[in-house]
Design a protein around this ligand. Structure first.
Ligand code: SPV
Ligand code: MG
Length: 302
């Protein structure tokens, strides 16, 4: 255990406690340092390093076009500006058990608190694009779970994500997988759905009976009242992409308007002031540091 950074272990312990707490946890998407800082300031106790939004911010599709080292770099940037724990969307783990354990160790070293791996095959495609994504064999996926846990000495919370409902295999297959992943050492189960109603998610939770905490991503069934998730005993809700989607819409509008009006007059009241940037990234601290570390009187020119 001692070979790893103590702060990283502390982050995973915080995340583990939050996920197991009876109070429901809300996790916000972030994809870079700024979004991580803003989500944390808004009050979120944990962050989701989303594969979709990290890919998008880097100019990639959510189809494993971003490399595992690029994802780890993005997590490090997020961690540099947020102290709350980060659960990383690890996709499939970028290959077999060996890729998963390399990636997991790197994430731990970069300050991640948890990794979520999904039971699909590399290269994956975003779950909302196309149909019939092939699923991993259960035993092979269990090997990926064990490899991640062993490689990090349990120092990353491992969330096993089940894609059986999205791939059309039904509730019983989803449950079969959930039990196998729990047996393999997962800390929580993410059950994913792309239906516009939460019916299949709620059927899953009532059968599963909270053997392990359940994590959901209600991107498509967003109209379901949060209270229903609470009543179902769901542990964690991930708002998976809303920082990026909000900034996309805002940027698109501002660019169009400035281009059309050839002036900043209309948009200025609606955009963040520069002072906001200086405040978020604590420019004032640099002033204090300069007084402490720079020579009081610069050397005179000869
Ligand atoms: C992501 O945010 O990248 C996710 C969630 O994996 S989803 O897009 O719903 O698959
Ligand atoms: Mg993803």
């Amino acid at each position: 255990m001692k070979q790893y950074d103590e702060l990283a272990f502390a982050a995973s312990e915080v995340l583990r406690t939050l996920i197991n707490d009876p109070e429901m946890l809300f996790v916000a998407e972030a994809h870079d340092a700024l979004s991580a800082a803003l989500a944390e300031r808004a009050g979120f106790k944990a962050l989701w390093a989303s594969g979709l939004t990290i890919s998008t911010s880097l100019g990639y599709r959510d189809a494993n076009e971003a490399s595992w080292t690029e994802v780890a770099d993005a997590v490090e940037r997020m961690r540099s500006r947020a102290v709350v724990p980060i659960l990383v969307d690890g996709d499939t783990g970028f290959g077999n058990f060996n890729n998963v354990r390399l990636f997991s160790k790197r994430l731990l070293a970069r300050g991640a608190a948890g990794i979520c791996i999904e039971d699909k095959l590399f290269p994956k495609m975003n779950s909302f694009v196309g149909d019939n994504h092939p699923l991993a064999e259960i035993d092979e996926f269990c090997g990926r779970i064990k490899a991640s846990k062993d490689a990090t000495a349990g120092g990353l919370v491992l969330v096993a994500r089940i894609e059986a409902l999205i791939a059309g295999h039904g509730l019983q297959e989803a449950l079969r997988r959930a039990h196998a992943y729990a047996d393999a050492g997962a800390d929580a189960i993410l059950i994913h759905s792309r239906k516009s109603e939460a019916t299949e998610i709620l059927s899953f939770t009532s059968e599963w009976n909270n053997r392990l905490p359940v994590v959901i991503v209600p991107t498509k069934y967003y109209a379901t009242p949060t209270e229903k998730f609470r009543q179902a005993g769901i542990s964690t809700v991930i708002w998976a992409n809303h920082g990026l989607r909000a900034s996309l819409a805002a940027m698109e509008n501002v660019y169009r308007q400035i281009h059309k009006e050839q002036s900043l007059l209309t948009i200025e009241p609606g955009v963040a002031g520069l002072e906001k940037i200086f405040e978020i990234f604590d420019y004032g601290e640099l002033d204090i540091a300069e007084r402490r570390y720079l020579q009081a009187t610069p050397m005179a020119a000869e």
